[in-house]
Write a protein that binds this ligand. Structure first.
Ligand SMILES: Nc1ncnc2c1ncn2[C@@H]1O[C@H](COP(=O)(O)OP(=O)(O)OP(=O)(O)O)[C@@H](O)[C@H]1O
Ligand SMILES: [Mg+2]
Length: 362
C-alpha cells in the first residue's frame, strides 16, 4: 500500500512513470513461501538494490523479473507491457547471474558478441558494437584471450559487457561482486557506478551486503522472509528505518525497549516522551553517532544516565560503550578529537533530540 502511495506522490510531482511494476507478486515452493505477495515500482535510470539476508527471497524475486521463474501470483509489467507470461529472451531485461556463466571455450570477444550473433545481426554491426562494448568495459586489450585466462574482476567485466551490449531496458545482477575480494569489490563498485552512468539504463542488483547497497544504489528494497520490509532512497532507509529489522540490518543501531501508552513512550531505561502511535511494546532506534555525552547542566529531549564500560580509540572516532539502567548498553561514537576522553567507570549523561531516533514496533 505504501508503495502505491509513493507512486502516486511521484507522478503528482511530475516524476516519470514506473518502468518496472510488480503487483501482488508471490512465489511458493510447496509449503514454503519464498516471496510473499508484494508490490514494487522501479523508475527509469534507477540503480536499485534488493538487500536482505541469505534465503529471504532475493534471487527468486530477481528471477521473476527476468522471466526465469514463474510467479505463483501477480503481474510483472515492464515499460507499460504485461510480461508475466513472456520468456526471458523476449523481455527487455538481461541478467548477469552469480558466477557470471561465461562460455569457457570462447574468447572475450566471442562471449561479448554472443547475444548479437543469436539475434542474427550483420557482421559489421556486431564487430562495431563489440568493439564499443569492449572499450566501455576496458577490455579491448583482452579481446582475443580465452575467458578462462582472466582474473575474477576481468571476468566480471566480460559478463557485464555481454549483458549491456544488448541494451536491455533493465539490467538484473545477482550478487555481481560476491566472488571478488574486498579490494577488487571496491574497484568494481566504481566500475558499476560508471557503467550505470554511461549506459543510462536501469540496474537492479541483489546483495546481502548493506555497505554495497548504500554505496551503489539510489533506492534500496530491504527484504526479510519473503517480504519487502521497506523501500526507499538510501538516505531514508538509513536515517528513518520503519521496522526493527531494517534498523538493525543497515548500519549500527542502539535498540532501546519501551512501552507506548496514550501517545506517550516510556523507555525501560527511564526517559518518557510524547510519540503518536498505537499502544504496545516499542523499540527506540538511535544511531551511535546521534548520541551525545551531555555536559553538566546541559539539557536534551531524551536523557539517560549511565556508566562508561569502555572507550576505544578507532582512528576516525572513539567507540564508547555505556551501561544504562535495565542492563542495556548504548554505543556512542564520539569525535576522535573529543576531550577529555571518557574513562571506564565514569558516570555520564547521554542525550539526543527526539528527531534523532525512530520509534518502531518492538
Ligand atoms: N527451486 C526451488 N525449489 C524449492 N525451494 C526453493 C527453490 N529456489 C529457492 N527456494 C527457497 O526459497 C527461499 C528463497 O531463496 P532465494 O534463492 O530467493 O534466497 P536469496 O535471498 O537469494 O538467498 P541467498 O542470499 O542465500 O542467495 C529459500 O528458502 C530457498 O531454499
Ligand atoms: Mg540468492
Amino acid at each position: 500500500m505504501t508503495l502505491q502511495t509513493r507512486t502516486e506522490t511521484l507522478s503528482s510531482q511530475g516524476g516519470s512513470p514506473a518502468l518496472l511494476k510488480l503487483r501482488g507478486i508471490s512465489k511458493r515452493y510447496g509449503d514454503l513461501a519464498a516471496v510473499e505477495p508484494l508490490d514494487l515500482d522501479i523508475f527509469p535510470r534507477d540503480f536499485v538494490a534488493i538487500l536482505g539476508p541469505s534465503g529471504c527471497g532475493k534471487t527468486t524475486l530477481l528471477r521473476i523479473i527476468g522471466g526465469f521463474v514463474a510467479p505463483t501470483s501477480g503481474t510483472v509489467e515492464i515499460d507499460g507491457r504485461d510480461v508475466t507470461r513472456i520468456g526471458p529472451e523476449q523481455r527487455p531485461t538481461n541478467t548477469v547471474f552469480q558466477g557470471y556463466g561465461l562460455f569457457p571455450h570462447m574468447t572475450v570477444r566471442q562471449n561479448v558478441g554472443y547475444g548479437l550473433r543469436l539475434q542474427k545481426k550483420a557482421k559489421a554491426e556486431i564487430d562495431d558494437r563489440v568493439a564499443d562494448a569492449l572499450r566501455q568495459s576496458r577490455l579491448t586489450e583482452f579481446a582475443d584471450r580465452s575467458v578462462t585466462a582472466l582474473s575474477g574482476g576481468q571476468q566480471q567485466r566480460v559478463a557485464l559487457a555481454r549483458a549491456l551490449i544488448l541494451r536491455p531496458k533493465v539490467l538484473l545482477l545477482d550478487e555481481p561482486l560476491a566472488a571478488l575480494d574486498l579490494k577488487l569489490r571496491h574497484v568494481m563498485q566504481d566500475e558499476l557506478r560508471r557503467l550505470h552512468q554511461e549506459f543510462g539504463g536501469t540496474f537492479v542488483f541483489v546483495t546481502h551486503d548493506q555497505g554495497e547497497a548504500l554505496s551503489l544504489a539510489n533506492r534500496i528494497a530491504v527484504m526479510n522472509a519473503g517480504r519487502i520490509e521497506q523501500e526507499g532512497d538510501a538516505e531514508t532507509i538509513y536515517a528513518a528505518p520503519t521496522t526493527r529489522f531494517v534498523a538493525t540490518f543497515i548500519g549500527d543501531a542502539n535498540l532501546l525497549p519501551g512501552e507506548r501508552k496514550a501517545g506517550e513512550v516510556k523507555l525501560a531505561a527511564g526517559p518518557v516522551f510524547a510519540d503518536a502511535g498505537p499502544d504496545g511494546a516499542v523499540t527506540a532506534v538511535v544511531r551511535p553517532k546521534s548520541v551525545r555525552l551531555l555536559g553538566s547542566g546541559e539539557k536534551s529531549d531524551v536523557e539517560i544516565e549511565g556508566a562508561v564500560a569502555a572507550a576505544v580509540y578507532l582512528g576516525d572516532h572513539i567507540k564508547c560503550t555505556v551501561g544504562i539502567p535495565g542492563g542495556h548498553d548504548v554505543i556512542v561514537h564520539l569525535d576522535a578529537a573529543a576531550a577529555p576522553r571518557p574513562v571506564a567507570g565514569e558516570r555520564v549523561r547521554l542525550g539526543w533530540a527526539l528527531r534523532q531516533h525512530r520509534v518502531v514496533s518492538a
